[in-house]
Design a protein around this ligand. Sequence first.
Ligand code: HEC
Length: 160
Amino acid sequence: MGVLLKRVALAVIVLLVVIQVFRPSRTNPTADPKNEITASLAVPPEVAAIFNRSCGDCHTNRTIWPWYSGVASVSWMVAYDVNHGRSALNFSEWGMGNPKKNADTLQEVCKELTEKEMPGTFYPILHPAANLTDADIQTVCRWTQDVRPGSAAESMQTNP
Ligand code: HEC
């Protein structure tokens, strides 16, 4: 290796080490089980399973943070996704949402899946189980159309 190449390689390594100082917090805020979506809507197990494997990491307070989510600069992207995902839709804080807005969000869920916007392009590469089939999308859409806010007090629990 030429001297220049060695210096560049060293500079890159130093840079990678230095940026590790900037750690976004990887939080899972405690959520009152009363506010889980399953407390206000009946979520059948097949729908809950889809949400758990494909959406939960970005749209609940039960995010599983993989090891690489602690390594900059991936950590910044993952934290960005989770923070923005939770503020757009948080199944763990569903009960705190305004009912009109929640009803719109349900329609939005079906739309995002039909248009293949969610769960995004990058996430399913690292989480193959997040890939949804057309049948999965139909299952969710049928549910969003049938379920009515407040229609069922008794409901399935999603996985913790
Ligand atoms: C890798 C993280 C990630 C995953 C996984 C993910 N989302 Fe998202 N989601 C986001 C982010 C970030 C936003 C906000 C920015 C945007 O709209 O692109 C968002 C926005 C949304 C919105 C828009 C809400 C609104 O008010 O417009 C819906 C609906 C949604 N996601 C549904 C889902 C569903 C359903 C799944 C599972 C099939 C899913 N998402 C999986 C990150 C994710």
